[in-house]
Ligand binder design. Structure first.
Ligand code: ADP
Ligand code: MG
Length: 346
């Protein structure tokens, strides 16, 4: 499981900063017609004509957001892009460009950064975005990656967290809790590996949840689907911190309440079986796990027939008046107030 990279280890000092930037970015191709000037000057030049621009940034820090003992660098590069594209799609926008800034310690050879950039290249190619710049510098310890994503959206098409109305339906894409349970499995295997490095773990039963942790996908397809179905959400957010925290954002910003139905929360069978094995409640995992990168949104009741029966979308609750509060309706039909947990990085 711990990556067996090729044996070559070229020190970064051998290339120098400019040589390194050239080496890492030489395969990146411009695909978007809004990119006028990409990497190579003091700044990139973009032309969006009459479109609105969305911009979002995330910073990933080794030891806080990722652990390289089970996160291959290629996956890390891919995930760093996904985390940002997910935010662009959550605005109902099309992602078009990213910039990537990295700080690396001398512990990383060139080959490690090549792996990182192969993941970035894969993401850029699959999601049809341009890498238009960045910054490269050294760090005393560990790896930091900051990605800024840029997207476009026609005026009036953007969707904020704030637009939910009483009686709207609360909808989520995909399923929840898998990335968190994947992390639990990886953490357990890391401990086993520490005790016995020769022990080859059998992870067949966990392939889906591990993939959700190591190689998440931003839901570009859901934005396209909603467009095709002619559904414009009244509010939207991506699920990065966990369902409960995102629901609270939608409700607070929209000045509304909600009822969330426990029995409706979409869970993959691997999440259910792994929760049983770890003796963790699967609803708690879906509510507080995070890193699902699904889209949570609200739609008008009038749009229900358009999404009904779609396997990628699940109605999980209803928006209520603000004074009614935010509640989870359990399988036993009791009402529990929804509270945020989210990621506790601090
Ligand atoms: P400056 O001194 O103006 O900051 P740099 O030498 O840092 O310029 O960067 C040269 C070019 O390479 C710029 O276009 C910059 O955006 C790009 N660049 C630098 N680092 C990266 C990186 N890690 N990934 C992608 N592009 C990068
Ligand atoms: Mg620079």
């Amino acid at each position: 499981m711990i990556e067996n990279k090729n044996q070559q280890r070229t020190p970064l000092s051998q290339l120098g900063e400019f040589g390194l930037i050239d080496h890492l970015t030489k395969n990146l191709k411009v695909k978007q017609n809004t990119t006028v000037k990409s990497i190579g000057d003091d700044a990139a030049v973009l032309n969006f004509a009459n479109k609105q621009i969305v911009v979002t940034t995330d910073l990933l820090v080794e030891g806080v957001h990722f652990d390289l003992s089970y996160m291959p660098l290629k996956h890390l590069g891919y995930k760093a892009i996904m985390v940002n594209l997910s935010d662009v799609y959550a605005m109902n926008a099309k992602a078009t460009q990213v910039t990537i800034s990295i700080a690396v310690s001398s512990r990383f050879p060139l080959e490690a950064l090549e792996d990182l950039y192969s993941g970035i290249e894969a993401a850029a190619s699959i999601y049809n975005i341009d890498v238009i710049g960045g910054d490269t510098t050294s760090s005393n310890k560990g790896l930091l990656i900051s990605v800024t994503a840029i997207g476009e959206v026609l005026a009036g098409d953007e969707v904020y967290r704030s637009g939910a109305q009483p009686n709207d339906l609360l909808v989520v894409s995909g399923d929840l809790g898998a990335a968190y349970m994947g992390l639990q499995v990886l953490e357990r295997e890391k401990e086993v590996y520490k005790v016995n490095p020769n022990n080859q773990p059998d992870l067949d039963a966990y392939t889906y949840i591990i993939e959700r942790q190591l190689k998440p996908e931003a839901r570009k397809d859901i934005i396209a689907l909603l467009k095709k179905l002619e559904v414009k959400p009244t509010s939207m957010i991506d699920v990065s911190d966990g369902l409960s925290s995102e629901i609270i954002h939608i409700c607070k910003q929209g000045e509304v309440g909600c009822d969330l139905y426990e029995e409706k929360i979409p869970l993959d069978p691997q999440v259910i079986s792994t929760c049983e094995e770890f003796n963790i409640d699967s609803t708690t995992v879906a509510l507080n796990g995070g890193e699902d990168y699904e889209l949570l949104f609200t739609i008008s009741q009038a749009d229900f027939t358009k999404i009904k029966g779609n396997p990628s979308l699940t109605v999980i609750g209803y928006i209520k008046e603000e004074k009614e509060g935010m509640h989870l309706i359990t399988r036993a039909n009791t009402k529990i107030p929804i509270e945020a947990q989210g990621w506790k990085n601090f």
